[in-house]
Ligand binder design. Sequence first.
Ligand SMILES: Nc1ncnc2c1ncn2[C@@H]1O[C@H](COP(=O)(O)OP(=O)(O)OP(=O)(O)O)[C@@H](O)[C@H]1O
Ligand SMILES: [Mg+2]
Length: 458
Amino acid sequence: MSMIREVKEESKREMLKRISAHSHIRGLGLDEKGEPLFIADGLVGQLEARKAAGVVVKMIKEGKLAGRGILFVGPPGSGKTALAIAIARELGEDTPFVMINGAELYSSEIKKTEILMRAVRRAIGIRIREFRRVYEGVVKEIKFALASHPFNPYVKVPRGARITLATKDEEKTLEVDQAIATQLAQLGVRRGDLISIDADSGEVFKLGRVKGVEKAKYYDVETTRVLEEMPKGKIFKEKEIVRTVTLHDLDEAYAAQKRAVISLIGVGTEEKEIDPEIRRAVDESVKKALSEGKVTLVPGVLFIDDVHMLDIEAFSFLSRVMESEFSPILIMATNRGITKIRGTELEGPHGVPLDLLDRLLIITVRPYTTDEMREIILIRADEEEVKLSKDALELLVKIASERSLRYAIQLMQPARIIAEKKGRDEIRKEDVEEASKLFIDVSQSVELARKWEDKFLK
Ligand SMILES: Nc1ncnc2c1ncn2[C@@H]1O[C@H](COP(=O)(O)OP(=O)(O)OP(=O)(O)O)[C@@H](O)[C@H]1O
Ligand SMILES: [Mg+2]
């Protein structure tokens, strides 16, 4: 079990932050019965698809969907990506959700199947319950012993620390070594903080701040959780900790361990790919831990957007993965109709091979009505903090229905800047017009490319 340790992973929250075009989406906007409300959680309309997505969430939570998949199909800008993200939000922090775009597979450095394999393994969670021995209490006193930095004598680094922890019932003073002292310094631990130090690994966790500790300074705005009262109980204790790591975390941890051993004998290499042997060993120990009931499996979701970008090799890899014992729930999206399957001369619905398609539940999204587009534009305007005059809004709605919703949404920021230059904070119709002249949409750019075909580089 000792190979399991905490690894920094890109948390789901971080990932969701990256997808700023969908920052207004907080969930599927369903009522207790699973019925969609016309506008809720940042989503507008698209009712049948949202209801279906709600059923999907339920199946995922009940573990009924592992090894199967969902495909969102519909025209561009109809909310396929938005719905997949809404599903992620409904699932909560504990279910791994990994998002990749089909185009990401084509990197010159790493093989396609390795990129997919990594994504698959990041989408499988292992929930570990452990009893850890910890020192936990509120900091009453903290003193660092400083030493000069080995390379730069003008910089002082902690060599150790002496720290007094207290609860309602007990008080203990600890001498800690450099590794722990450094963490204490890095976390900025001060009087009044509630902390926990893992007795075996030496990891330090900041759990919050407790009010009313002598000589502690408090600020109006505290960044961590503030507790009104001192916690009770012993300082040195066994504590049950539940955490979810992914198979990929375990692969990495194991690979790092191996690398460390190998570099000891001086033949360290930088590896871009994880050795299949390592994955096999991780799988074996996870299976063992599962059968002993030490851990539980949390199948997460792998979302592959623009799935028509995958080629036949990637598709057959995915089919194989879906049949293996550790397989995540696959959610895919595409805006293609009948199109060529990459890497073949064959055409297929949505560019997906039939044998894979056969295993998927398909959810269709339809184009938006003008009223739905108006509501979506209003939500985005609110999210991006832009003020639209009535006629500016109507023009954007017109642009959305004649060109595309995404284009209309993208014009908002340029229009805001144009309005600002004229000393207004409200966007008027003429600002939208000007912005639409400065930035053309896709079909216009195709037109121009055709017109000036002979002038472009080939
Ligand atoms: N029903 C909706 N409610 C609120 N916002 C939406 C809705 N549908 C789409 N949006 C927003 O409109 C924009 C375009 O939608 P999205 O990117 O999800 O389209 P898509 O179907 O994935 O298109 P593509 O096929 O081009 O990838 C996004 O900013 C998205 O958040
Ligand atoms: Mg999309």
